[in-house]
Design a protein around this ligand. Structure first.
Ligand code: NAD
Ligand code: DAU
Length: 354
């Protein structure tokens, strides 16, 4: 048996592939376009593993995807491939529309064609799991209950609007064609291989390099943080036993204000790798112009996943963030390799006027 993972060279996808191969013997075909966010170094440890087949390709390419499904006799698809960074979607939404909407559509079409020709048993066993985000639900006020799966969609950024569109397509393919789909909507992930354009790895790296730690607006925006391996275990659980056509919210029960997250990182770095001048890293915190349309608060109600499938996160924020900081300190070579080319020009573009 073989599964197809899309976007498996990115942050969460590569963690998922590594965890999958570490926990079971089933092979993985990994199709990834290798945009600026895709990095084969994340997968170096499985480079010679015969159970991992990497294919550089675009989910927009119907023929390529259909060929992979047929050639490898795929029994499940896990769709991570996306443009994922909100700030980039504000500067240039086009790629988000292409990959997150058109790409998801073409992928669904290829899967529908393949699935429609399977024999009855294989059709019944087949799964399409779509990995989505809590951002599709919009922003919560302080005191409002966390997002349940029934929360109305209210995406506020081009990124979240494009993810919402893909969620709707997935839902429609189940309702109209009976495609056996599952959708997961997860909160903010952090952990190894997180691209240093996102808050946590950016601040770890800037701290170590003596650069400012840029806090958008007042830093009181709240995110619900989940260690990436907990996200991966939740996806495996939903893939195993999730009810067809259902949505499962995944979260860490870890609501934190951005400023508190960055202060925690600073304290941890003070302990693990103190500044050479003995001063606290928190001195590098600066407040910069806010993100346009910045959502104030996300929080996930993950009780359905716990009730139906018995999943709960293993890591607390404190254990997960310690592992994460330790990983970045031990993998400065990985960071150095991604801190070039497109990434450098992105930093100039995003932060120069803030
Ligand atoms: P990422 O940006 O790190 O990785 C995305 C991967 O998709 C990259 O390897 C990239 O090369 C690949 N890709 C992009 N366009 C492609 C295309 N057209 N065809 C094939 N591959 C393509 O993203 P991530 O943070 O790992 O997120 C993975 C998924 O999880 C996304 O769908 C995202 O919306 C969702 N998600 C992310 C988070 C988070 O906190 N990072 C939280 C919830 C949900
Ligand atoms: O909620 C899930 C989402 O989490 C995923 O769907 C997205 O793919 C993922 O990128 C992430 O989106 P965010 O916008 O929440 O992540 P980011 O790391 O970009 O920002 C986290 C918070 O920190 C957000 O409130 C903006 C703020 N921020 C971010 C950066 C990059 C800053 O204050 N300063 C910064 O320099």
């Amino acid at each position: 048996m073989t599964i197809l993972v899309t976007g498996g060279a990115g942050f969460i996808g590569s963690n998922f592939v590594l965890d999958w191969l570490a926990t079971c013997d089933e092979a993985v075909v990994n199709v990834d376009k290798l945009t600026y966010a895709g990095n084969l170094q994340n997968l170096a440890s499985v480079q010679h593993d015969a159970r991992h087949v990497f294919v550089r390709g675009d989910i927009v390419d119907y023929d390529l995807v259909l060929g992979l499904l047929q050639r490898h006799g795929i029994r499940a698809v896990v769709n991570f491939a996306a443009e994922s960074h909100v700030d980039r979607s504000i500067h240039g939404p086009e790629d988000f529309i292409q990959t997150n909407i058109v790409g998801s559509f073409r992928l669904l079409e290829a899967v529908r064609a393949y699935w429609g020709n399977l024999d009855a048993d294989a059709r019944a066993a087949f799964r399409f799991l779509h990995v989505s985000t809590d951002e599709v639900y919009g922003s919560l006020a302080i005191g409002e209950p966390p997002f349940a799966e029934t929360h109305p969609y209210q995406p506020n950024s081009p990124y979240s609007a494009s993810k919402a569109a893909s969620d709707h397509l997935v839902r429609a393919y189940h309702h109209t064609y009976g495609l056996p789909v599952l959708t997961t909507n997860c909160s903010n992930n952090y952990g190894p291989y997180h691209f240093p354009e996102k808050l946590i790895p950016l601040c770890i790296q800037n701290a170590l390099s003596g650069k400012p730690l840029p806090i958008y607006g007042d830093g009181q925006q709240i995110r619900d943080w989940l260690y990436v391996q907990d996200h991966c275990s939740a996806i495996r659980r939903v893939l195993e036993d999730g009810r067809l056509g259902e949505v499962y919210n995944i979260g860490g029960w870890n609501e934190k204000a951005n400023l508190d997250v960055v202060k925690t990182l600073c304290t941890m770095l003070d302990e693990l790798q103190p500044r050479s001048d003995g001063k606290p890293y928190a001195e590098q915190i600066v407040f910069v112009t806010d993100r346009p349309g910045h959502d104030r608060r996300y929080a996930i109600d993950a009780r359905k996943l716990e009730r139906e499938l018995g999943w709960r996160p293993v890591e607390t924020f404190e254990t997960g963030i310690r592992k994460t900081v330790a990983w970045y300190l031990a993998h400065q070579d990985w960071v150095a390799n991604v801190m070039s080319g497109d990434y450098q020009s992105w930093l100039d573009k995003n932060y120069e006027d803030r």
